[in-house]
Design a protein around this ligand. Structure first.
Ligand code: SF4
Length: 250
């Protein structure tokens, strides 16, 4: 089976434990106005960026860095876009990586059926699960998607005991007000989230929009300074919760 791959990034150190190879898959079911990878969003069926890869060939390529994974406790991170959109290929890829004994991280926006999430939970070692905001209307207008299924899936995954880091992009004017942060903190408490990583807004995607000529809405905001992000992230702190701002523990 083939899988549409946007990009493969070797020696990643911010996409899970140890040294990792991150595979970015094509296609996304959301349209976040702050997206750092706007070139990944178009469906896999549309040509353009990336390439179709045979799953077995891809696994052979990914195993080249096995020694680094073993030495560092690393592995393979599957990202996007939203990797679960290529569900059958993703399952086949995870099964093949599992047969090789490789640790896997799946980075997901959480917008998928419970049945699919349940299947993936059987195959994935560790989830990075994005949470963007609690206000349903603002979520819809800024990401193009309803947040109800995402929140239900977040609660289910947390309750399942599966290793999961919840990752929150901190976006000026969208989810960084005191009210929005308190609502997120309440939800994190409710689902007993153990690990939360804050990803402060950076206008990375805007540069790509210019360079690659992609048709995508722009936020035209400046990068969020680290002290501001750390201050705001403090609102999300809960009892016994491990917190970091873009990989720096706080
Ligand atoms: S879910 Fe991720 S990849 Fe998809 S549009 Fe949002 S930020 Fe971009």
């Amino acid at each position: 089976m083939n899988v549409a791959v946007l990009n493969i990034q070797r020696f990643s150190v911010h996409d899970g434990p140890g040294i990792r190879t991150t595979v970015f898959l094509r296609g996304c079911n959301m349209r976040c106005r702050w997206c750092a990878n706007p070139e990944s969003i178009a469906p896999a069926s549309i040509g353009g960026f990336g390439a179709w890869r045979d799953v077995e060939d891809l696994v052979v390529e990914l195993k080249r860095d096995l020694a680094y994974f073993e030495d560092s406790g690393g592995g393979i991170t599957l990202s996007g876009g939203e990797a679960s959109l290529q569900f059958q290929a993703l399952v086949q890829l995870l099964e093949a990586l599992g047969r090789e004994g490789l640790h896997t991280v799946l980075q997901t926006n959480g917008l998928m059926s419970r049945e699919k999430l349940g299947t993936l939970a059987e195959l994935v070692s560790h989830f990075h699960f994005d949470l963007k905001g609690m206000d349903a209307q603002r979520h819809r207008s800024n990401t193009g998607a309803d947040n109800s299924l995402i929140l239900e899936n977040a609660a289910w995954l947390s309750a399942s005991g599966h290793p999961v880091d919840f990752r929150i992009p901190l976006i000026p004017g969208f989810n960084d007000s005191p009210e929005a942060l308190v609502a997120l903190a309440d939800f994190l408490d409710t689902i007993d989230a153990k690990v939360v990583e804050i990803l402060p807004y950076h206008p990375l995607g805007e540069g790509k929009i210019d360079r690659l000529g992609i048709d995508f809405p722009r936020l035209r905001l400046s990068a969020m300074p680290e002290p501001v992000a750390i201050l705001k992230a403090g609102t999300l702190r809960g009892k016994g919760r491990r917190m970091s701002v873009a990989c720096r523990e706080i």
